[in-house]
Ligand binder design. Structure first.
Ligand SMILES: Cc1cc2nc3c(=O)[nH]c(=O)nc-3n(C[C@H](O)[C@H](O)[C@H](O)COP(=O)(O)OP(=O)(O)OC[C@H]3O[C@@H](n4cnc5c(N)ncnc54)[C@H](O)[C@@H]3O)c2cc1C
Length: 313
């Protein structure tokens, strides 16, 4: 029986692991991968103490710090948690093949980008279709690109790309843009930026002269104007998708209250979820901003509170 099972391997989980182990709690970290989302970022410039550091290097530092406590009261297992159940006043955590028991659970499972599900999306991912403007944007310098998604994230990405792309076309499926009106107006003042709404995104196409089976890159994006039914084949070499973020919370959805978008709702003083014995922090919780520092800091709050909870039981 563990004192706490930490599910996740990003900054929230690593921070909680360090704190829990230093408090001598019998701790198990279960992670699909260690390091967290920003491992793919070429440069992180807002982690205190590191003026500029590649995401992969910062992630390695998080993991090394966590692993330095391994073997004391800390166990780390690689695996995917598929379910969490409460039995009496303890929890059973299921992974692919094993069941672990714990007095408390700390959810640090983060989230993932919502994927585009249209013809060609699977073929052209990483071949012009990307979910990471900060990683891949500069590769499209001087080129014509599209951004899919008319929320703040979509307009933010378009703003970044306008600094070095030849043209940026933003496409929104809904009748209205969801970004703040001022942001929309500001971007529309750029001569090389266009934004259209009320569209159906249909297909990503590559170079038709390349035989199937050989590496092909994005050449155009096909969409339909829902008002006029006109089909447009937009020539672009890069497509940036910003259609939302999905928190990884499926495994606790029957145990805790989730927000309408699926985030674990927590008390922001303590990071407690609605179910006694479960805490959450970072991008899987209903925190307003998604940042490494916030994930790590909120995990500290949670671990302090888990310690108090266990002591008083
Ligand atoms: C490209 C990019 C660049 C970014 N740049 C910055 C930046 O410059 N500065 C900044 O502060 N933030 C940045 N962020 C945001 C930052 O990375 C996140 O806010 C942060 O990683 C959230 O940490 P987390 O621990 O909550 O979750 P995550 O980092 O998402 O980690 C979640 C962990 O949970 C694990 N997991 C998920 N589901 C399961 C499961 N079922 N079973 C077991 N394990 C599971 C995953 O393997 C992963 O280890 C960036 C994000 C991206 C994508």
């Amino acid at each position: 029986m563990f004192d706490v099972i930490i599910i996740g391997g990003g900054p929230a989980a690593c921070s909680a692991g360090v704190y829990a182990t230093r408090k001598k709690l019998k701790t198990l970290v279960i992670a699909e991968e260690l390091g967290g989302q920003s491992a793919v970022s070429p440069e992180i410039q807002n982690w205190l103490g590191e003026i500029s550091i590649p995401g992969a290097e910062l992630s390695k530092k998080f993991v090394n710090h966590l692993r330095s406590y391994e073997g004391e009261s800390l166990t780390i297992k690689m695996g995917v948690v598929t379910g969490v159940n409460k039995e009496g006043n303890f929890f059973k955590v299921n992974t692919d093949g094993n069941i672990y028991e714990s007095k408390t659970i700390f959810m640090a499972t983060g989230g993932r980008r919502r994927k585009l599900e249209i013809k060609g999306a699977d073929i052209f991912e990483h071949k012009g279709l990307t979910y990471c403007p900060s990683c891949d944007g500069p590769l499209f310098s001087g080129q014509d690109v599209a951004v899919i998604g008319g929320g703040n994230a979509g307009f933010g990405t378009a703003g970044q790309l306008l600094a070095y792309c030849q043209s940026v076309t933003l496409l929104e499926m809904m009748p209205e843009f969801r970004a703040e009106a001022m942001t929309v107006e500001k971007l529309k003042q750029n001569h090389n930026f266009k934004a259209f709404n009320n569209l159906e995104i249909i297909e990503i196409k590559g170079d038709p002269s390349i035989p199937s089976g050989q590496v092909n890159f994005v050449k155009s994006l096909v969409y339909k104007n829902k008002e006029t039914d006109e089909i447009i084949d937009l020539p672009v070499t890069g497509i940036f998708v910003e259609i939302g973020f999905v928190p990884n919370t499926e495994m606790v959805k029957s145990l805790v209250n989730l927000s309408p978008a699926g985030y674990i709702m927590v008390d922001h003083q303590t990071q407690r979820a609605s179910q006694e014995g479960i805490w959450a922090a970072g991008d899987c919780s209903d925190v307003k901003y998604h940042q490494n520092g916030i994930a790590a800091g909120d995990a500290v709050k949670a671990t302090e509170d888990i310690y108090e909870f266990l002591k008083s039981r």
